[in-house]
Design a protein around this ligand. Structure first.
Ligand code: FPP
Length: 228
């Protein structure tokens, strides 16, 4: 059984670069180049949705030079790839507080969302300026402001960045770290977790295939006793 929605915590770019004797930023560049082959592969497999954790609210505390490099890398990537994304039927959506990004970057992100809005082959979400706790508090505050007195799961989920999307079936984290780091904490309540020691730039389609095979062998019980 294949997952509908796979989410990735792309970790280990810095360590990958260090092992190659390269500056950290080259690790981010290699990590960026890795996205495309994984998206193509998922599309071929008919996976509906991918979500990549590209920049967390906490990442703003990195040295300014690294933060700016990541901003340029991300906006260059979408400028370069947009045509092909449209041709391949990709729908790109950004999850997070984009107001934290400089306006030239935001313009590229807006344009990417606009031009790919009709894509129906695969949806690719990029979490930018994203943090689950902030997302959850923003949802609570928006409901309070509306004067809502009782909330159910459907109403609450409709106030998250992921409104209308299926929860991730599988969350993959690279580089040997075993934590969620403020990523999809609400949405991932029943996600299968997969950890690999590979650094993100080395997480290729073969590694993805292995993760999918492992996912296929898991029995998802959602707190019950039989597989649903
Ligand atoms: C974690 O590795 C990685 C990040 C904080 C950035 C991830 C971003 C990208 C791969 C670029 C995404 C690009 C697009 C176009 C969406 P780390 O730097 O924390 O690695 P380390 O733990 O080894 O230092």
């Amino acid at each position: 059984m294949l997952p509908r929605h796979v989410a990735f915590i792309m970790d280990g770019n810095g360590r990958w670069a260090k092992e190659q004797g390269l500056p950290r930023n080259q690790g981010h560049r290699a990590g960026t180049n890795n996205l495309k082959r994984l998206i193509k592969y998922a599309r071929k497999k008919e996976i509906e949705m991918l979500t990549f954790y590209a920049f967390s609210t906490e990442n703003f505390s990195r040295p300014m030079s690294e933060v700016s490099f990541l901003f340029s890398l991300i906006s260059e990537y979408f400028q370069r790839e947009i045509q092909e994304m449209v041709e391949e039927g990709m729908r790109v959506h950004f999850l997070g507080d984009l107001s934290l990004f400089p306006s030239p970057v935001r313009m590229v992100l807006d344009k990417t969302e606009r031009l790919t809005a009709k894509g129906d082959a695969i949806q690719v979400n990029i979490a930018l300026g994203y943090g689950s706790r902030k997302e959850i508090l923003a949802a609570v505050n928006s409901l309070l402001k509306e004067g809502v007195r009782e909330v159910d799961e459907e109403l609450f989920a409709s106030r998250l960045y992921t409104a209308g999307m299926p929860d991730p079936d599988l969350i993959i984290r690279t580089s040997g770290e075993m934590r969620l780091s403020n990523f999809l904490l609400y949405q991932g309540a029943y996600s299968e977790l997969y950890f690999t020691d590979l650094y993100w730039p080395d997480f290729d389609t073969e590694a993805f295939e292995e993760a999918l095979t492992e996912y296929g062998s898991r029995s998802r019980r959602y707190g019950g006793i039989e597989e649903k």
